[in-house]
Design a protein around this ligand. Structure first.
Ligand code: GLY
Length: 300
């Protein structure tokens, strides 16, 4: 029986040797719970640290959109009492997860675009725009693929689509011109569960594109049975409502590892996907990629 614990992942697209970053985030979040803080506090802390790392596609490390300038980020947080906070396509903030946490204290569940950014300012979150070296490198690779006329070689979603026709940025063109999400699930000493997600999206992306990470039941879900965070290609994860599908399996008595295994198997191997989940009975962290992750648990 798990007394308390935290799992952190760095995204289905993150190499396993980035697990050192997940370890730092997990240890800090675990320390929160050991000190009596809630699972909600813990997952927000874990994701905040990953947002500041620069190697992960979230916060400071967020992937650039196709124009090479725009950064739009999504983040979400939910606990097992059903409290939810979401920001979608927020710009110019350092830690979208903290803004999502602040949304949780409003009458709303989700804020998007300019409204989300304006809310962040009103709450005292400073203006922030900085692109990490890692995010810039990833963008250069995509730009090269576009130049070669082989964007679908980078990402099959773009097969059969004309980037020029779909260009929806105010300026520039496709001629001027990667993956993923960080997440954490936790259970605290009182048995409360929580999940947090943050992402810069899944490159290559049009302006305004939204993936699974801020969509309840797709990228995240938490209830009395368990907390689940997913990562990978949002367009595919949304179609399968992956987080709620895994949650329901656990709620109906399936072992948590088996449920996550079945969740991963719902996707063909070229679709990157990862899942972390925790409950009183057990936990799981798995992917079809070898993603960076870290787990700390204390058993009764
Ligand atoms: N899983 C991140 C995204 O598709 O936006």
């Amino acid at each position: 029986m798990i007394h308390y614990g935290v799992i952190v992942h760095g995204g289905a697209g993150s190499p396993s040797h980035f697990s050192d970053g997940c370890k730092v985030a997990c240890e800090s979040a675990f320390g929160f719970i050991e000190a009596g803080k809630s699972a909600l506090d813990a997952v927000v802390e874990a994701v905040r640290i990953l947002e500041d790392d620069g190697r992960f596609n979230a916060g400071y490390g967020s992937a650039l959109r196709l124009d090479g300038k725009t950064v739009e980020m999504d983040a979400s947080v939910m606990d097992s009492k059903g409290k939810i906070g979401i920001v979608i396509a927020i710009r110019n903030v350092k830690n979208p997860i903290q803004v999502a946490r602040a949304v949780l204290e409003t009458p709303h569940v989700a804020l998007a675009g300019e409204g989300a950014t304006a809310f962040a300012r009103k709450q005292g979150f400073a203006q922030f725009y900085k692109v990490s070296d890692y995010a810039m490198e990833r963008y250069k690779e995509i730009k090269q693929k576009i130049k070669e006329g082989n964007l679908s070689g980078e990402d099959y979603r773009w097969k059969d689509y004309d980037i020029e026709k779909l260009w929806n940025y105010k300026s520039g063109s496709y001629k001027d011109i990667l993956c993923d999400t960080v997440g954490s699930v936790a259970i605290d000493k009182k048995g409360m569960l929580a999940v947090a997600n943050s992402t810069g999206g899944f490159s290559p992306m049009m302006q305004g594109r939204v993936g699974d990470s801020p969509m309840i039941g797709c990228g995240f879900y938490s209830g009395p049975a368990c907390a689940v965070a997913t990562t990978g290609m949002g367009e595919e994860i949304i179609k399968k409502m992956l987080a709620k599908t895994v949650y329901d399996m656990v709620a109906n008595g399936k072992d948590i590892k088996k449920a996550c295994e079945l969740g991963i198997k719902m996707f063909s191997s070229e679709i990157k996907v990862g899942i972390i989940a925790i409950s009183k009975e057990g936990y799981a962290s798995m992917s079809n990629t070898g993603m960076a992750s870290y787990t700390l648990t204390h058993f009764l």
